[in-house]
Every structure is written in C-alpha cells, then in structure tokens.
Design a binder for this molecule. Structure first.
Ligand code: GDP
Ligand code: CA
Length: 308
C-alpha cells in the first residue's frame, strides 16, 4: 500500500514516524514544505525537510522540539563573537548537514537530488521529496509589516498577528521530480497535522500539486493540528482564528476546500461539524510518544477506508 503525505516540519515528522511504524517506510512518500527555507551565513537551511530527516532517523532532539540531539553551539558562538548573523539558531551538528546540502546546490544539483543523497546517507527508508526545486518562500503579512517567514517566526517570535500569507515564487514553481508520481501512485493521500497556512499552504500553492489532489481517485485525509481548538505548539490556532474566523474542525477543513474527504480530529473538539463532503473521524490525536503517533496513524489509515 502506497501512502503519500504532505508535511511540514515537527508536527508532520511526529505523525510520519507513527505512520512508518504502521505501514513501513518503503510505502511512504513524503512531500515536504520548502517555503520556510532560508539562506543564512552562506548556508542553505531547509528546516522542515531536516525536522523530518532527524525525527525519522532518531537524530532529533525530542525535548527541545527542533534540531539534533546532543547538539553543541560552538560555531554559532564564534559567529556571534565576530558580529555575524546569529539570530537563526544553527547547532554544530546541524551545520554539517547544511554544509553538504549547500555545496551540492552550489555545484548545480537540485534540492530534490541533494535531499535524496542526504536521506540515503542517514538511512531514511521513506521517500522524502521537497515539494519543489524552484524558489518558493512564505511571506507573512502583519500589522507591523510583511516579513519573510523566518524573520516573523524566529526573529520576531511569531508575536505579530497575521493578516495574510503569500508564497513568493508560487506561479512559477513546478513540482520536484517524483512528487506527481507519488501522488498519482498513492492508494491514500494524507495531509499531516501541520500548520495549514505556513506548512501545507505553500505545498498546495504549487499549482500542479493542488491539481493532482483535486483530480485524485483515492481518499485524501487530513489530520487536524488543533486539539480543543488550540495548537499543540506554534501559531496555527491564532492564524486560524484570524484568517479562517475560528478554530473548529469546520475552520480547519475550510483550509482544504475540495481537497479532503475526511478530517481526523481530537475528542476534545466535539461536538463538531466538518462542513460539506468532509467526514469527521474522531480519535485521540495527541502524539505524546511514538505509540500514540502509531495509533493516530492507524486510525487515519482506517479512516481512509484502506487497511495496512
Ligand atoms: P513546523 O513546520 O515545524 O512548524 O511543523 P508543522 O507545521 O508540521 O507542525 C506544527 C503543527 O503541529 C502545530 O500546529 C501543532 O499544533 C501540531 N502538532 C504538534 N504536535 C501535535 C500532536 O501531538 N497532535 C496534533 N494533532 N497536532 C500536533
Ligand atoms: Ca515549517
């Protein structure tokens, strides 16, 4: 059984780890967000792809919630001492990956191929595909101005309310090689419990990816990133409140019009309606550990009407 998953970083990665426990990595194709990517200190950083890589290969720092376990920060300390740009936190081990990726990109290798090489080297058995090899960047519109995603998220601590988001480069962005094949060859398509606006939105802003979902002949199931109307972490609830008008399951479903057949929600969000043509599936969605993530993944696969 082939499963294709649209995914952001941390929330997506936690879900993917559970999913791989249920269906096996060889059956999972991941379409990852790249609109959070940033050039910093001459390095190309792909935070969402790296969260997935680190989480799925046991390298992630689970407590901090991002980056690598056993990390040290000597390089960034030196950068700060020398007056360099140090607001974007890069650990020493993490930098090693960014050096390799940046060098590959500089030599003309596309991001999808660089990602494949890195994934192979760290022993990832799932297929990890960037949504696009083309430049695609999220910008966040706030009362204080419009900011590149990482400036708003990291430097400003996502404190500004969001009036809108846009994805620079989306009109010209083509799906990376393998993405459409993965979606067309899937027995079920999933949208991970990731931020609808800044993680899944940019993937769906690639017109051919959105079109592939619209013409799907297999079920597409999304998992809500909200529990009891609140984000487990991050600004998704505030964004939904302001941009969709609320944080109920119907508001989450409204982010994916015509694109999903079912929405998996937490018991804490009952009573609820999903809106037209979207079936609600109720379970516990907090991925407090790998076992909980596996249970959520199994319930999601069941909801798609397909069994692993
Ligand atoms: P990012 O790119 O690293 O910000 O990660 P994602 O966009 O993939 O995931 C962020 C979302 O994951 C947030 O909106 C969280 O509410 C959601 N999330 C994190 N942990 C859980 C969980 O255990 N259950 C559910 N349902 N959502 C979660
Ligand atoms: Ca992200």
């Amino acid at each position: 059984m082939n499963v294709a998953v649209l995914s952001g970083g941390v929330g997506g990665a936690r879900f993917l780890r559970g999913l791989i426990g249920v269906v096996g990595g060889g059956n999972v194709s991941i379409v990852g967000n790249v609109a959070d990517d940033i050039e910093v200190l001459g390095l190309r950083v792909s935070p969402d792809l790296d969260s997935i890589l680190y989480t799925l290969t046991g390298l992630a720092d689970e407590e901090r919630g991002w980056g690598r376990a056993g990390e040290t920060w000597h390089a960034l300390e030196t950068v700060a001492q020398l007056g360099g740009e140090s607001w974007f936190r890069l650990g020493d081990r993490d930098i090693g990956l960014h050096l390799v990726r940046s060098e590959l990109l500089r030599s003309g290798v596309p991001l999808s191929e660089a990602t494949e090489q890195i994934a192979h080297a760290v022993g990832l058995d799932a297929l990890l595909l960037p949504a696009t090899d083309d430049p695609l960047r999220t910008f966040v519109e706030t009362p204080a101005g419009t900011f590149p995603f990482q400036t708003w998220f990291v430097a400003r601590g996502h404190r500004d309310d969001v009036d809108g988001v846009h994805y620079a480069g989306s009109p010209d962005a083509r799906p990376a090689p393998g993405v459409i094949d993965a979606l067309e060859g899937a027995d079920v398509i999933l949208i991970a419990p990731s931020n609808p606006y800044v993680s899944i939105g940019p993937i769906l802003a690639v017109a051919e990816i959105r079109a592939a979902l619209e013409r799907r002949t297999v079920p597409c199931v999304a998992i809500s990133p909200l529990i009891g109307g609140r984000a487990v972490k991050g600004p998704a609830d505030r964004m939904l409140q302001r941009l969709a008008g609320g944080t109920s399951p119907a508001h989450v479903a409204s982010c994916y019009p015509g694109l999903i057949d079912a929405l998996v929600i937490d018991e804490a969000d009952l009573p609820a309606l999903a809106g037209d043509d979207v079936r609600l599936v109720v379970t516990r969605t907090l991925m407090s550990d790998v076992a909980a993530a596996r249970r959520l993944a199994a319930a999601t696969i069941d909801a798609a009407g397909t069994r692993a």
